[in-house]
Design a binder for this molecule. Structure first.
Ligand SMILES: *[C@@H]1O[C@H](CO)[C@@H](O)[C@H](O)[C@H]1NC(C)=O
Ligand SMILES: *[C@@H]1O[C@H](CO)[C@@H](O)[C@H](O)[C@H]1NC(C)=O
Length: 215
């Protein structure tokens, strides 16, 4: 039987989820990072709602395959920086994060987007936020096969055998007031939960853009 306490917690969680700020990554600027994020979310079932925990970042990196020195250092400039999802600056990061060698330029772009998002939306440590993607068409892991083409790694050793699971989340399309679109991933266990995004805003190019409809 559901206790009053459980119901209260559920109501509180719903309110929290509804008010979470959303950051949008433009995948035309950070395609490798989007690929890693999509792989983590669609293929490994990592969450799309994250909790900022910047003090944890260093320990998180040390706990996964981005631990320094990592396999990316010394690579050519198209893959010389280790990216991880969930982000190192979140409570969900650390052991089990999906990692990929990306161009350091993409890693600094994404870091810039995330830190200005944190500032603009007053996302403090302990606050939750959601992630969305734009311009992701054509990226394999964002809409196609989860078969690891060799660029995704969770643990350093032994070689990680990827699950090829595509039914954990479904893709929802946000229509934005700017006329553009963004993608969000909705857990199939919570179908319809992203309908709440209608009339909320997402952070895109350092602006708040209203969501007109969720398809
Ligand atoms: C999609 O990419 C184009 C070209 O890079 C860019 O101008 C546009 O702002 C991007 N749209 C979104 C919604 O990110
Ligand atoms: C969104 O805003 C419009 C215009 O203010 C309003 O008519 C509509 O009912 C709102 N929809 C939701 C789901 O809040």
């Amino acid at each position: 039987m559901l206790s009053l306490r459980t119901l209260l917690f559920a109501a509180l969680a719903a309110v929290t989820a509804a008010s979470a700020a959303t950051v949008t990554f433009d995948c035309s600027r950070v395609p490798n990072i989007c690929s890693n994020d999509c792989y983590a979310i669609r293929c490994l079932g990592k969450p799309t709602t994250l909790t900022r925990n910047s003090p944890q970042a260093e320990d998180n990196r040390d706990a996964n395959a981005c631990r320094s020195p990592n396999r990316c250092s010394g690579n050519p400039s198209d893959s010389n920086s280790c990216d991880e999802y969930p982000f190192a600056s979140t409570s969900q990061g650390g052991a089990g994060a999906s990692t990929r060698c990306v161009p350091s330029q993409e890693n600094s772009r994404q870091g810039g987007t995330l830190s200005s998002f944190y500032t603009r939306n007053s996302v403090a440590n302990g606050d939750s936020y959601s992630v969305a993607f734009s311009n992701a068409s054509g990226l394999q892991y964002c809409s196609g096969s989860c078969t690891n083409s060799g660029n995704q790694l969770v643990r350093r050793l032994p070689a990680f055998a990827a699950r090829q699971e595509t039914s954990i989340v479904q893709t929802r399309k946000l229509l934005l007031a700017s006329g553009e679109e963004a993608l969000m991933f909705e857990p199939v266990s919570a179908r319809g939960s992203l309908n709440r995004m209608v009339n909320q805003t997402v952070d895109l190019r350092e602006e708040a853009v209203r969501v007109v409809a969720v398809l």
